[in-house]
Design a protein around this ligand. Structure first.
Ligand code: HPA
Ligand code: ZN
Length: 326
């Protein structure tokens, strides 16, 4: 591993905590909770991770998440990810979680939240990893279900920094969730949304204009609309790009075809992130390493990406400075 990548202080802004469920932990939790998995071994789970697009991944990802059944399971999951952060010089992380994946199979919202937030607190104290939590709505479900989830979360408002939008993008434009995002912003929550991963540039415009997002998750299809690229540069709206995810889900055929360097050189506020590290073959530093090797990134490019991650985070200037040097 390139030593600059290893030692650079970094922020992660696009990580689904359910996507950090390693096959070994999935297998162990299935046994602990008496859940039957459609795989006989860890090797079989790993062999199943061949995806044609976002949906084929999501089908496995939601099925894998069923092994998460108790507060302790969510604690263990989050704790394992935070230890990775500490080992990779990730100083701050803004973590997505998908409550509907769990409440729809009758897990209480607060059991999920309590497990995650307890681990985050231990991570601050024992690992000096700073963190914040973003509740994501599943866009393949209805706007009413998203609103009900937000209502369920509001008693725990102080545990959240914002809301986001994930799951199947095509056919579920950001406009579908305008009312719930309006309500979230009225509660002082920040907003982000997945857009332009598989969906068209129009979805990125909707996320900006209707959901008033502070960042776009993925956003790599912005290049198809030059006016949009100009806008993203002018307003420095960050893109949370996930290189290994994009190749695994066939958004780009190979890493050499990825447009990250093109976006960076064009002046966009690009950041590198892992998305679902247990499914896509690596955590944050492996994503940095993959783009550096395939796209020939310079040390200046790497420093710029790390700097952008601090700029794009929901941190005060004082917190930003302390974390970058601390
Ligand atoms: N896109 C949409 N939904 C997701 C993703 C993603 O990359 N990862 C986990 N849920
Ligand atoms: Zn994602």
């Amino acid at each position: 591993m390139n030593s600059l990548i290893q030692t650079l202080p970094k922020v992660e802004l696009h990580i689904h905590i359910e996507g950090s469920l390693e096959p070994e932990m999935m297998f162990a939790l299935a046994q602990r909770n008496g859940v039957k998995l459609p795989y006989a071994s860890v090797a079989e789970i790993k062999a199943a991770y061949q995806f044609e697009n976002l949906q084929t991944f999501l089908d496995l990802y939601y099925s894998g998440a069923k092994v998460l059944q108790t507060e302790q399971d969510f604690y263990d999951l989050t704790w394992a990810y935070l230890q990775k952060c500490a080992a990779q010089s990730v100083r701050h992380t803004e973590i997505f979680f998908d409550p509907q994946t769990h409440t729809d199979r009758d897990m209480p919202f607060e059991v999920v939240l309590n497990g995650i937030t307890a681990a985050l607190q231990t991570g601050r104290e024992q690992l000096q990893v700073s963190s914040a939590l973003i509740l994501c709505f599943l866009r393949h479900l209805s706007a009413e279900a998203a609103m009900a989830t937000l209502e369920q979360a509001l008693p725990y408002r102080d545990s959240l920094i914002g809301v986001g939008l994930d799951s199947s993008e095509m056919g579920h434009p950001p406009s579908k969730f305008q009312a719930v995002f309006d309500r979230a912003r009225a509660e002082g929550l920040r907003t982000v949304a997945h857009a332009g991963e598989e969906g068209p540039p129009e979805y990125i415009w909707e996320a900006i204009n209707l959901l008033k997002v502070s960042r776009i998750d993925h956003g790599v299809r912005c290049v198809e609309d030059p006016a949009l690229v100009d806008y993203l540069v002018e307003h420095q709206i960050p893109l949370t790009v996930c290189p290994l995810s994009n190749v695994k889900l066939c958004v780009f055929e190979t890493m050499a075809n990825h447009n990250l360097k093109q976006l960076l050189d064009r002046g966009l506020c690009v950041t590198v992130n892992s998305d679902d590290p247990a499914y896509f073959g690596g955590y944050l530093n492996e994503n940095f390493e993959a783009v550096q090797t395939a796209l020939g990134l310079t040390n200046e490019d790497l420093k710029k990406l790390a700097k952008n991650s601090f700029r794009a985070a929901f941190l005060s200037d004082t917190e930003r400075q302390q974390l970058a040097i601390g």
